[in-house]
Design a protein around this ligand. Sequence first.
Ligand SMILES: [Zn+2]
Length: 320
Amino acid sequence: MKEKPHGIMFHYFHDDAAYKRGPGSLSAEDLERVIRYCQETYHLLSADEWLYKEKRGALDPRDVFLSFDDCIRSEYEIAYPVLQSYHLKALWFVYTSVFEGELEMLEVYRHFRWEMYGDMEAFYDDFFQTALCEQEALHLDIRDVMDRFDPAEHFRERSFYTDRDRMFRYMRDEILTEGRYNWLMDQLIRKKGYDIGANRRYLWITEQELKKIICTDGHIAGLHTHTHPTFTAGLSRERQEWEYGKNREVLERILGVSPACMAHPCNSYNADTLDILKGMGIETGFRATMGDGYTSRLEYARKDSTDVLNEMRGQKDLCL
Ligand SMILES: [Zn+2]
């Protein structure tokens, strides 16, 4: 693939203590390795420098920066001290409903899975077994869905997903959809005795911490919708306007500034989204994949950090 300026995208970090490892999660040491690799192989810039060059049309194809999505608490607890020690400023793409006292169940469910099951295979065993047992209540033929599922047809750009990761996401997003999926997860949470209220503090960065990152330490905040829909392209124009308008309003309240950049949650957007963002004066936007053929300033590429780790392993293998 031709080189082009892009961001590196991070989500979850583990320390094997308060934050358990899960699919795609990195340790502080992994982050340091990614930083050193990007310094050696690309031109790793602080996010403010990258955006400054972008605005002037002066980006080099090898210019990269680091970005942290979804105001996840392990990003602050584990990754942030590493960034500070390297004097690197990042872009933080923030969804804001959690600063208004709400819970985003996608994140609650992810934490529940990682905390209450030793590994993802144990969770998948329980999830698929419970879905099969409850298929009458769900009004679905789960056995037939599972038998017909072809993992090669789904999430091709997410190289780190296992076949069962793919089946789980397919079942959640396309078969069960939100209402039935939430109902099924509630059955599992009750069965396992997981306390959502007590675990909230491990999920998201607080308002004070976000203020410190952006206002005190000079990192950059970007829009990422208010409630983080998984399929923004399927939402009405009005709903999309509300998602980004509310997102900006809450960030302005917390930070006192209005972000000029954004990232598309779950890489989902359509022509309406781009039009709304332009109307809001958003200058720079980012996808969640490398993709090809996207030339607009609202569709810059980002590479998942686990793909960078794979790239590093590939180079190592070549050297052996
Ligand atoms: Zn996100």
